[in-house]
Design a protein around this ligand. Sequence first.
Ligand code: 13P
Length: 264
Amino acid sequence: MSPREPIVAGNWKMNMTWASAVRLAQTVSDYCEGSYANMEIVMCPPFTCLKGVQNVLDFDRSDILLGAQNVHEEMPDGTAACTGEISVEMLKDLDCSFTIIGHSERRAANGETDELVNQKAKLLLDRGITPIICVGESAEVNDRGESIKFVTSQVDAALDGLLPEQVASLVIAYEPIWAIGTGNIPSPEGADTVCGAIRNQIMQKFGHQAAQSVRILYGGSVKPENAKYFFSMDNIDGGLIGGASLDAKKFVEIVRICYDLKCR
Ligand code: 13P
């Protein structure tokens, strides 16, 4: 048994119409029904499909949890003059339990900084939504042998000013940029070393309890064929799954592998 509750989360990215999202959520819910106690399964559809997926999960009384892929960094102040943005209150309203923040795609394409990720983490924690904070290095940083230095500094910045109990409750996803959507994966031992360094960094800054409780996921080309290698590592508490989460069979197979390795 893992000392922490494992998580497998699907990041659907900018995929799915309402109808296809509802179908996917329904199929995943049917496959998972009652089978996976002591772990958390999360689906993170795009904003436009959150309500549709929530309806499915509600109707099925499913244990699967809902997550968003982003949130605006400000609390609505009464005027909410932020055209095109989605607030933390809107996510609460749809029963989102998790929100992905700082995904490398948003850092690259939307200029999201470590400071912004920190602001979003604080806002989510204040409102009772668990942040899934993404960190990960580029191929160049990896080639220079500086992955740990880079990733731990991202973690430091994202967690700046948080209380140890807040850190204990959140989720970090280590996603090397060069592994996302490419089919290239780090060795499981390599990924575990980086996740272990993140945990160690948290121990230094926030203490033993926070380090032992924080959940650290691996993400980047996780498939049913390679999931067991990552999930058998001690510092990896589950996965953040992109492409394979769009296929109900593959996603649930990854869930099952995680369950078998961490919950039995
Ligand atoms: P892939 O699983 O498609 O590589 O995506 C990983 C990811 O970015 C999840 O957030």
